[in-house]
Design a protein around this ligand. Sequence first.
Ligand SMILES: [Zn+2]
Ligand SMILES: [Zn+2]
Ligand SMILES: [Zn+2]
Length: 317
Amino acid sequence: MLLIIAVCVLAFCSSCNESDGNVQESLPSASPFVVVLGIAQDAGFPQAACKKSCCADAWHTREQRKMVSCLAIVDPQSKERWIIDATPDFKDQLRMLDSIAPSGQNPGLNGILLTHAHIGHYTGLMHLGREVIGAQGVPVYAMPRMRTFLENNGPWDQLLKLRNIEINQLGADSTIRLNERISIRPFSVPHRDEYSETVGFQILGPEASVVFIPDIDKWERWERSIEELIAECDRAYLDGTFYADGEIPGRDMAEIPHPFIEESMRRFAALPVSERRKIRFIHLNHSNPALQTASTAQQAIRDQGFGLAEQGERTRL
Ligand SMILES: [Zn+2]
Ligand SMILES: [Zn+2]
Ligand SMILES: [Zn+2]
């Protein structure tokens, strides 16, 4: 009997993630939750053609690899699932989601919410077309320019013609109800908007909310206060593309602006511990030393009260 109890306790604990804050401690099975399906910048980790030391371990050891930043939203009660961004790792991320929250449907996605038209954030849509799943009417939530981009460029226009996807238009700052328990609010952020505008999302559940901003130029270039948004949420997955200036030798980093993790940590240093603990950096470039296990960068992030997003971690909504 004792053995049975021990096994049950172990099985329950292994279904919870390591607890590092107050939001994901116990996950009652019926609560909706957000789960991280990837943490890397658009190109993934390792990055194509990288022969430098940053990617050496990741080329040799599968466990070191990281998929492109992506969140899934799951409602275990209604068995609904949504993902934010369709990444180049869509195939493996859908598989991962199936293992976390199985669906009887194919692909079993109640919606795909898109942040913007850079390759790490929408190209996974290709798997919905006739060459792969041949999906029917998967709702894709997109802002107006993002929508026009998909409607007017191949091969994405074919997904619409064949009704593999249907577009639900988003408006900045207007809340969309995903179901009776979960809503989502997109908000505009400054970014290199060559093909589309860029949004971040706030996911609102019955008990908690999560903010996701994978790409933004700099906090100072945003008319909104990131601190206010952090105060409104329980967890914030924020752009951690680069750790520090000079990280990509021979390339002008002003052309690809992001808030360096060092800058963000300096900016947020005055926040109370409870606020800092909500912040988890995501969308890490292969050059980012915080991707290296036990690096000084990783240690510095933890020492200052922040966190790094991890694949598979969950936050109850
Ligand atoms: Zn990106
Ligand atoms: Zn590399
Ligand atoms: Zn981008």
